[in-house]
Design a protein around this ligand. Structure first.
Ligand SMILES: [Zn+2]
Length: 278
């Protein structure tokens, strides 16, 4: 199975709560923690989102991921499209990185950065994605960061760029939650948009197993399943967790409740394998 959305290089302490303190900033320990959960959940390949801002030496913010990937076979970096850096020198360095073919997609942290995916500052990155045949993953929906501006993360902004760049394949991370119907419509209408099911919830194992939450989880399962039903395109749905924000096995079991069993192989593996050429 493939986890199409996780993180091994996070800076925000709120996102690192589930990890032991000696894991943060230590690639070998991070790899061990991740590898253990991947094995438990049956995950063999995963895409790790890059760090929000790159540097001259690391234009797509993937260095932290590459350090962990040395110890985790099947872990691939996703480069970050930094809307604040689009000068030709930076874009040249970004292209140099893409030429090495290690990066499997680009990531737009919409909302976390004050620009929607439709902002023209991102366009040089979409041109690169087009040239190198790489999908672009866009954060859509809620963020737990109060300073983020959530209107920039609305799924309808992905429709804008999906139309402008018909040759680029876009992934709306987190299914645009809570704008599920809007996200479903964008996939229904466009031939070049996918969704991932990562990060619909945040919590530890107790959170998922607490009987007091069962009703709430059941309602969420119904709402997501209804939106997927409306969308009617199971071949455009990707499994992802947003690890370390959730435990891998508990999250897999939660998504099992949403996806009809006959679509598991597509959603948990084949769709990502095709989209990211894994
Ligand atoms: Zn994420």
């Amino acid at each position: 199975m493939i986890d199409a959305h996780l993180h091994v290089d996070l800076l925000n302490p709120a996102f690192l709560k589930r990890l032991a303190p000696d894991v943060v900033g230590n690639p070998r320990n991070m790899a061990e923690a991740l590898g253990k959960e991947m094995a438990e959940a049956g995950i063999t390949q995963a895409l790790a989102m890059g760090r929000e801002q790159g540097t001259d030496e690391d234009p797509l913010g993937i260095r932290g991921t590459l350090e962990v990937a040395r110890f985790v076979p099947g872990l691939h970096p996703v480069g970050v499209a930094d809307c604040c850096r689009t000068d030709s020198a930076h874009m040249g360095r970004a292209e140099e990185e893409l030429r090495q073919r290690r990066v499997k997609a680009l990531k737009v942290y919409a909302g976390y950065t004050p620009a929607g995916p439709d902002d023209p500052t991102y366009w040089p990155y979409y041109q690169l994605a087009d040239r190198y045949g790489l999908p672009v993953i866009v954060h859509t929906g809620d963020t737990p960061v109060a300073r983020a501006k959530v209107r920039f993360a609305h799924p309808l902004l992905v429709d804008e760029v999906a139309v402008e760049f018909p040759a680029v394949r876009f992934v709306m991370a987190h299914f645009g939650y809570p704008w599920l119907t809007d996200a479903a419509e964008v996939v229904y209408k466009n031939d070049n948009v996918w969704v991932d099911l990562s990060g619909l919830l945040m919590g530890d194992r107790d959170f998922f197993e607490d009987p007091a939450r069962d009703k709430m989880l059941g309602r969420l399962v119904e709402r997501v399943a209804e939106a997927l039903d409306y969308m009617g395109k199971p071949d455009r749905v990707l499994y992802g967790t947003d690890w370390p924000l959730v435990p891998m096995r508990a999250y897999r079991d939660f998504i099992h409740r949403i996806i009809p069993e006959e679509n598991w192989s597509m959603v948990f593996e084949e769709n990502a394998r095709k989209l990211f050429a894994l």
